[in-house]
Write a protein that binds this ligand. Structure first.
Ligand code: ADP
Ligand code: ADP
Ligand code: ZN
Length: 220
């Protein structure tokens, strides 16, 4: 019997639905969900050195430098809950990060199992970002129109208070989309050459996207 660990990467522009879908896939695949943006926000909230280093980049919608990001995510991947693998959301975002991940996994006899490329048109992304709301307490994600909580401003899961990320404004998101096209989109060809890429139509309802994603990992 194979004991290979499963590493699934969710690739896609800002607000394409990676976090929303990862929360669902996590239950379905019984793998931990590791989101680099969440790790940065956690560090920021706790005012760690790492969080303070990342803040200025995040506020501008630029990528945090590779060395900082790689060290943070590889450290997270050493936690025991990843013994069967993980769902990675928002990492890697550059070729340098992808190569570092490949090397780290290879050292353990592992590799990236599948990359799910969630495609969404730019105008839809702007609408999604500006209506996004996040639970301060548990990180659950909502949308004021497309996925509203039962009670305005309150998390369905834990009752926590919802907030809007400071970088979720139209100007910053346009920059984040540009950064995605320039620095992250080259990963599509990188993983396609390795034969692990699957295209997902992210411009459907949340449930429809989940179904397409589940079908794309059904053989794992
Ligand atoms: P990402 O993690 O890729 O940045 P999120 O999962 O946070 O994206 O989703 C961005 C916003 O869009 C959130 O407010 C979320 O509720 C909403 N959203 C996610 N998927 C869909 C969808 N398929 N249709 C409409 N809105 C969506
Ligand atoms: P989104 O949900 O909109 O895709 P994230 O929460 O993934 O955004 O990321 C928020 C910010 O955190 C990014 O704009 C960037 O500054 C930083 N960040 C997250 N992941 C990475 C990464 N892999 N490399 C560099 N910076 C990152
Ligand atoms: Zn909550």
């Amino acid at each position: 019997m194979s004991e290979d660990r499963t590493f699934v990467i969710l690739l896609g522009p800002p607000a394409s639905g990676k976090g929303t879908q990862a929360a669902r896939l996590r239950e379905h695949m019984e793998l931990p969900h590791i989101a680099s943006g969440d790790l940065f926000r956690y560090n920021l909230k706790n005012e760690t050195t790492l969080g303070l280093q990342a803040k200025a980049y995040m506020d501008r919608g630029e990528l945090v430098p590779d060395d900082i990001t790689i060290a943070m995510v590889l450290d997270r991947l050493e936690q025991p809950d990843t013994h069967q693998g993980a769902i990675l959301d928002g990492f890697p975002r550059t070729i340098t990060q992808a190569e570092a991940l490949d090397r780290a996994l290879a050292e353990q006899g592992d590799k990236v199992t599948r990359v799910l490329n969630i495609q969404v048109p730019d105008e839809v992304l702007v609408e999604r970002v500006t209506g996004r709301r996040i639970c301060k307490n548990c990180g659950a994600t909502y949308h004021v129109t497309f996925n509203p909580p039962e009670e305005e401003g309150v998390c369905d899961v834990c009752g926590g208070e919802l907030y809007q990320r400071p970088d979720d404004n139209e100007e910053t998101v346009r920059n984040r989309i540009r950064v995605y096209r320039e620095q992250t989109a080259p990963l599509i060809a990188y993983y396609n050459e390795k034969g692990v890429l699957e295209e997902i139509d992210g411009d459907q309802s949340i449930d429809e996207v989940t179904e397409e994603l589940k079908a794309a990992v059904a053989d794992l």
